[in-house]
Design a protein around this ligand. Structure first.
Ligand code: COA
Length: 225
């Protein structure tokens, strides 16, 4: 049985208009996106930066920028959302979705999505989530895994609501949770998303700031020292 051609390749470009009229272009990240990423990171609010990096750092090092943009788009996949440039204005990075395949578990990857503060709550996170899931499925992945701090009762209740496929405690109150990829097409309209899916519940919980990430989750944004 032959494999169908991939949708998320170097030529993939998708233009969408967010609920507030912001025009956005989605495409895979390229090594030349370093300046865009650097500028986007500097614009993040201290709260978002802390939530994601567990530090208040304001700049990314040359090494981090390389790690985040020089990806093979197979085992380390990164999709970017940009504000469409008009009349020569420089494009502005609005969001990134990425996954990194776990070498020891070929069909599982760690995944993360980040949307710039000024466009949060307008549907971009949902769209990136759908496209990331479809790109992961194209690359033979079956599930995403993430590690959260599950030590407090609020988190335990939240994990129960998310209803992951598998949850294990990896020590120190850290819970590793696995969620099956939802079955979505590469052009799935955001309106049709199954709200009850575990992974979508996780995205919503993250949007509501109820997830406590662990420092291990930083692997997605910066290489472990
Ligand atoms: C998590 C994140 C990517 C979501 O992106 P977003 O563009 O704001 O999300 P969307 O607008 O697509 O909203 C997704 C859902 O969350 C809900 N939501 C978004 N912001 C919300 C808020 N502040 N309060 C309550 N619900 C919210 C939306 O209503 C939507 O649910 P619906 O389908 O029932 O309407 C974004 O908040 C972010 O970057 N957070 C910081 C980084 C992070 O924690 N990432 C974790 C993902 S790995």
């Amino acid at each position: 049985m032959g494999e169908s051609p991939r949708h998320f390749t170097a030529d993939y470009v998708e233009r969408v208009t967010l609920r507030d009229g912001t025009r956005v272009v989605l495409r895979l990240l390229v090594p030349e996106d370093k300046a865009l990423l650097e500028a986007g990171f500097a614009r993040w609010s201290p709260e978002s930066r802390y939530a994601r990096f567990l530090t208040s750092k304001t700049t990314l090092s040359a090494d981090e920028l390389r790690y985040l943009t020089e990806v093979d788009q197979e085992d380390h996949f990164a999709l970017g959302a940009l504000h469409e440039a008009r009349d020569g204005t420089l494009p502005v990075g609005l969001g990134i979705a990425r996954f990194i395949r776990l070498p020891e578990l070929h069909a599982t990857a760690e995944a993360a999505i980040a949307v710039a503060d000024e466009v949060q709550g307008r549907g971009l996170g949902k769209l990136l989530f759908l496209r990331l899931c479809a790109a992961a499925a194209e690359r033979g992945l079956e599930r995403f895994r993430c590690e959260v701090l599950g030590s407090n009762t609020g988190m335990a209740a939240l994990i129960e609501t998310i209803a992951p496929e598998r949850t294990i405690e990896v020590g120190g109150g850290v819970m590793s949770i696995e969620m099956a990829l939802p079955n979505v097409t590469p052009t799935e309209p955001p309106e049709t998303i199954a709200q009850e899916g575990s992974m979508y519940r996780m995205l919503k919980a993250a949007a509501q700031n109820t997830i406590e990430w662990t420092s291990d989750a930083l692997r997605l944004w910066r290489r472990n020292d």
